[in-house]
Design a protein around this ligand. Structure first.
Ligand code: ZN
Ligand code: ZN
Ligand code: FE
Length: 772
């Protein structure tokens, strides 16, 4: 060892994150001579002999990394003929080679920068774009690689002498911090009226706080896109925002200055506090406190509230004046069903009917990133929407895959690119049926391919031919692999947890096209990475009107009634909630079901939730996707909190019934529906009935897994699908399956909803291509 030099090739997130200064410090501490240099696909460290304590160096390299760095591979090579070196130095970057480096995601302001921001004696006191190597914008400002200031939207801001000095000083916290800037040389904020005309003022932040205090709607240009902000304590302002945006009931996210404020508004567990404070700063869904002083219409009908903490310097400045609002609605700055605005001119055009004022900045947002949304269930953080702060981080796959693009599903769309043994799930794109979102999808595909330098050799899409993502796949002119929707859901969770062997998968979802032409969505599969078998499902219901049924739960209510009692008896058993639907409308639907016109069959769990919500009288129509299910979950939790569960008599529980069909086991839901309606007719509390429905669902799927477990002998279960964003359902299933001896996995870093489909698709497709 002492006679030979060593060359270390390090790949991962190692550029633009303070990695080389870290290596410099470590090598100097060990007394090593040599060099470190950025190359196209990582960092190369050359150490000349003698190398006493080499192990200590390696250990430090792996364990004491700077906050944002991540090593995915480390190759060591012995070298005989290094020229002798004196001391350790950082060499200028070598020319870009092949891909392999990764751009870090955007990071919330770090504590050191925050201190400087608020320190009257600091050079960058109150400078709204302060950042350093450990924090600040990254992916959102990146045009192409290598990650270098000239390839970001900071290129129009040449550094002043002072910033330049910091940038080149190895020991400085801003060494090679690409977005480094100060008031002399960097971006700035400006204040505008509703038409976007500049209003001259000393302090745009102070103007914004004043406007918010007056109840106005302010459009704020952020990190990954615009926000629309109002005082979250003012019911009047929140209602005005909802009216102008045409967003009737969908919950609005709220930003608060610190954890203490969050604690006053919501109940916080330790893991939830950690998640709120994590450097990704997602929106965290939390249990609301009663009478927390915020506007009641923030999240009507739901016991959760989405909170996040400030993540850019100017967010912190918005809360600095304690006379300003202590909680701000910060909802996506877009028109309904369109992507979040990123360009100032576009935002002014699209949001001028909504916002009273604009707080703009002149650092361009290159890549659109919504706020990420997460929730802690069973003490684990789980992504609901994965975007800012997390993208473009890769998910490690067990083995290298060919370069693939997978196109995801239709709603909550994401796509995914593979490179080496990693899969890169894109940011949340949204509902592809909107033209603007489709453009966003195509732009993001091009951008991420550039950043990762991949050239897909095959494309993967859903089996559903009508998804626009499937249409996109067809025009690429690459070999196409089609993956069943729920198989993709299952594999996404398997990949996240490194499961290669066949496992059971309980996929509780909206609808996805099945192999038999019916719509699936309440399935138990035996899933491998390239194949699966359908072992069981929920009993099929009619889906009157197809997609319409998801927006109008009363349709599913009638379909469930039809299934439970048949056409002759259904009217006699109709609950008041459905009787309230005009007779004519009901008749049309009954005739559709009788003639099987536009009434496909579905085993969807999401649609069963809709049916139960309609029968219990929760709602006939949804204002947003999943509303009925979220309200049912809220009711079930309320019943549990009120201790209604303990008072339930045995005969009041909904009994689990399973029967065998030719190809699979089936959970009979019609008997549960009859029991539910009987209890409802007796005047039973809908909250209790919702809880019993959740319990029935959990017990049914536990029974199925136990049963197939006996036959096939496997012990691992993955839980996936959009319905498992429901905490009552997910935690109940986890608990009960573990009690009967199964090891249970569910989505954490990747959403269990359709946002995770692209990951499953990419791996199934990649493995199939490899096998061929
Ligand atoms: Zn910093
Ligand atoms: Zn400067
Ligand atoms: Fe799905």
């Amino acid at each position: 060892m002492n006679q030979q030099g060593v060359e270390l090739k390090v790949c991962g997130v190692v550029q633009g994150v303070g990695f080389r200064p870290f290596v410099h410090r470590l090598a100097s501490e060990c007394g090593f001579s040599g060099t470190v240099v950025n190359c196209g696909d990582g960092v190369v460290i050359r150490l000349t002999p003698p190398l006493f304590h080499f192990d200590r160096f390696l250990k430090g390299l792996m364990e004491d990394l700077p906050p944002l760095a991540r090593i995915t591979s480390l190759q060591e090579k012995k070298v005989n003929d290094f020229p002798p070196a004196v001391g350790f130095s950082i060499l200028p970057s070598e020319k870009a080679g092949s891909a392999g480096t990764m751009v870090p995601p955007d990071v919330a302001l770090c504590d050191e920068c925050l201190q400087e921001l608020l320190d009257p004696n600091d050079y960058r006191f109150l400078y709204p774009f302060i950042n350093c190597t450990n924090c600040g914008p990254r992916f959102s400002i990146l045009e192409s690689i290598p990650y270098d200031r000239l390839k970001t939207s900071m290129k129009v801001f040449p550094m002043c002498e002072r910033c330049e000095q910091e940038y080149h000083e190895v020991t400085d916290r801003r060494f090679h911090a690409q977005p480094n800037a100060c008031r002399q040389c960097g971006p700035s904020l400006s204040w505008h009226d509703r038409q976007g005309c500049l209003l001259t003022c000393d302090d745009p932040i102070a103007e914004a706080v004043l406007a918010l205090n007056q109840g106005k709607v302010v459009a704020i240009c952020g990190l990954g896109g615009f926000h629309l902000a109002v005082d979250a304590a003012s019911e009047e302002s929140v209602t005005a925002l909802r009216d102008r945006k045409g967003r009737k009931a969908k919950p609005l996210a709220v930003m608060v200055p610190d954890v203490d404020t969050a604690r006053q508004l919501c109940l916080l567990s330790l893991s939830e506090e950690e998640l709120l404070l994590s450097r990704q700063r997602p929106i965290v869904l939390l249990q609301k406190r009663q009478n927390n002083g915020l506007a009641p219409s923030l999240a009507p009908g739901i016991d959760l509230l989405g909170l996040m903490l400030p993540y850019t310097p100017f967010h912190h400045l918005l809360f600095r004046d304690t006379r300003g609002p202590r909680a701000l609605v910060m909802t996506s700055g877009n028109r309904s069903n369109e992507p979040i605005c990123t360009a100032n001119a576009d935002a002014v055009e699209k949001l001028s009917g909504i916002a009273d004022n604009f707080l703009l900045h002149n650092r361009d947002i290159v890549t659109r990133l919504d706020d990420s949304v997460a929730r802690v269930i069973c003490d684990r953080p789980r992504m609901m929407r994965r975007s800012r702060g997390f993208v473009p981080e890769g998910v490690v796959v067990g083995q290298p895959l060919p370069e693939i693009i997978s196109c995801g599903a239709e709603l909550k769309n994401t796509f995914c690119l593979t490179r080496g043994n990693e899969a890169f799930v894109s940011q949340h794109i949204g509902d592809l049926s909107s033209h603007e979102n489709l453009i966003f999808f195509e732009e993001s595909v091009t951008h991420l391919q550039n950043v990762l330098e991949t050239k897909p050799v095959a494309v993967v899409c859903d089996m559903h031919p009508d998804y626009l993502s499937s249409g996109f796949a067809r025009v690429l002119g690459l070999p196409i692999y089609k993956v069943q929707h729920h198989h993709a859901h299952a594999v996404a969770v398997m990949v996240e947890h490194g499961l290669d062997d066949e496992t059971y998968a309980v996929v509780l979802d909206g609808v996805g096209l099945g192999e038999d032409g019916t719509l699936w969505g309440g399935e138990v599969l035996q899933a491998g990475l390239t194949s699966y078998a359908r072992l069981a499902s929920l009993e099929q219901l009619l889906l009157p009107g197809g997609d319409m049924a998801a927006r109008e739960p009363w349709r599913m209510g009638l379909a469930a009634l039809w299934q439970a009692y048949g056409p002759e008896e259904m009217d006699k058993n109709m609950p008041p909630s459905l009787a309230a639907v005009p007779l004519y409308t009901r008749t049309v639907l009954t005739e559709m079901m009788a003639g099987r016109i536009n009434c496909p069959l579905t085993s969807s769990c999401g649609r069963l939730f809709d049916a139960v919500a309609a029968l219990l009288g929760l709602r006939h129509k949804c204002d947003y996707e999943g509303q009925a299910a979220m309200e049912l979950e809220t009711l079930a939790r309320q019943a549990m909190r009120d201790g209604l569960g303990e008072m339930v008599k045995k005969e009041e529980q909904f009994s689990v019934e399973i029967y065998e069909e030719q190809d699979r086991l089936v959970i009979r839901s019609s008997s549960m529906i009859r029991a539910l309606l009987k209890s409802l007719a007796k005047g039973q509390d809908p909250a209790l009935l919702s809880m019993l429905f959740h319990r029935w669902l959990i017990a049914s799927f536990r029974s199925i897994v136990e049963e197939v477990g006996k036959r096939l002998g496997k012990k691992k279960v993955v839980l996936s699908g959009g319905c498992l964003q429901n905490a009552v359902l997910l935690s109940g299933l986890c608990r009960e399956l573990e009690q009967v001896g199964f090891v249970v996995f569910s989505g954490e870093r990747v959403p269990v909803n359709d946002g995770g489909i692209s990951l499953g698709q990419a791996v199934v497709g990649g493995m199939m291509l490899k096998k061929r």
